[in-house]
Ligand binder design. Structure first.
Ligand SMILES: Nc1ncnc2c1ncn2[C@@H]1O[C@H](COP(=O)(O)OP(=O)(O)O)[C@@H](O)[C@H]1O
Ligand SMILES: [Mg+2]
Length: 305
């Protein structure tokens, strides 16, 4: 539904997005995860035909960026960091205006449908200026959806919202998948990406990783096993000569063994330690969180360039 090929954008001599190649399948929520300045907004602006790529190509809903801008604009809905509304006009007038702009056949019905869906119907006659930030963000979602786009670009949809409003917005985004809409969700919020996204593209000017959240974690877990000992002795770390062990270290009662694949290697590891005279109290695997993975990917990228 979305495809990019070596998509690149420079601002002067600064690279904002460097050779991005990825694909988002129909009905998929893809997270574009990266710190501030990673190029997320630039990517979305290129895909929404708001900014021309310096080089590379991209297609949205089968239409090529740069060639079929008006077809793309009617295919996509976009929620930007600062959605522009007519603040003195009512919620309903604003939505009807945007529905009209997109050539929706019944702007009134479309506005009503989304005001209701986002829990804003009671506020429909109020001026946008009177809305809290959370409600304004819901209205921005309504605006992004009012012309029933197949593809949605959501740029930091929960940034700056209080936890409760953020949860409402996330819940609503979660519901969109059942409608087969394709979503590109930009965020620097890891739990949000993990909760909502089918796959996560880690971006820092370049694409650093792209996978399902669980697979990203697994890929990085590299097997760390923690063994709690009743009789911690240095030789349990230094004398643990097993082929899969990359590193072993003892700290307090805890022996950390790196390199082990717990499912395959724990029986061997435990047998060996028992032979060495270890009193084992517990054996656990050290699960990495997505945050660990992310930080280590970012660190690795620093090292690389
Ligand atoms: N209009 C612009 N002019 C110059 N530099 C820009 C412009 N827009 C973005 N940049 C730069 O491009 C890089 C990526 O920015 P952006 O895409 O906004 O990142 P993100 O959305 O991930 O925070 C940053 O270094 C930013 O300063
Ligand atoms: Mg941004």
């Amino acid at each position: 539904m979305i495809r990019t090929e070596a998509l690149t954008r420079r601002f002067g001599d600064r690279l904002a997005v460097d050779g991005l190649t990825l694909e988002v399948r129909e009905g998929e929520i893809l997270g574009l995860l990266g710190p501030n300045g990673a190029g997320k907004t630039t990517t979305v602006r290129m895909l929404a035909c708001l900014l021309a790529p310096t080089s590379g190509r991209a297609w949205v809903g089968g239409h090529e960026v740069g060639r079929e801008a008006s077809a793309i604009r009617s295919t996509v809905g976009i929620l930007t960091e600062s959605p522009g509304f007519y603040k003195r006009l009512s919620l309903e007038r604003n939505l009807r205006y945007f529905a009209d702009l997109y050539g929706v056949s019944s702007p009134r019905a479309a506005a009503r449908r989304y005001l209701e869906r986002l829990g804003l119907w009671d506020r429909r006659t109020d001026a946008v200026a009177t809305l809290s930030k959370g409600l304004r963000q819901r209205l921005a979602l309504a605006r992004a959806l009012v012309h029933e786009p197949k593809v949605l670009f959501l740029d930091e949809p929960t940034a700056g919202l209080d936890p409760e409003s953020a949860r409402d917005v996330r819940r609503f985004i979660g519901e969109l998948t059942s409608e087969r809409r394709t979503v590109l969700l930009c965020t620097h919020n890891l739990p949000e990406a993990e909760e909502l996204c089918d796959r996560i593209a880690v971006l820092r000017t370049r694409l650093i990783a792209l996978d399902r959240p669980a697979a990203l974690k697994e890929r990085m877990s590299g097997g760390r096993v923690l063994v709690e000992l009743g009789n911690p002795r240095p030789e349990f770390a230094t004398g643990l000569h097993l082929p899969f062990v990359q590193r072993a270290s003892l700290e307090g009662n805890t022996l950390t063994v790196e390199g082990a694949n717990p499912d395959r290697d724990n029986p061997t590891l435990v047998r060996r330690l028992v032979e060495m005279g270890a009193e084992i109290r517990s054996v656990t695997r050290d699960e990495r969180t997505l945050e660990d993975v992310y930080l280590s990917l970012m660190g690795r990228d620093d090292a690389a360039g």
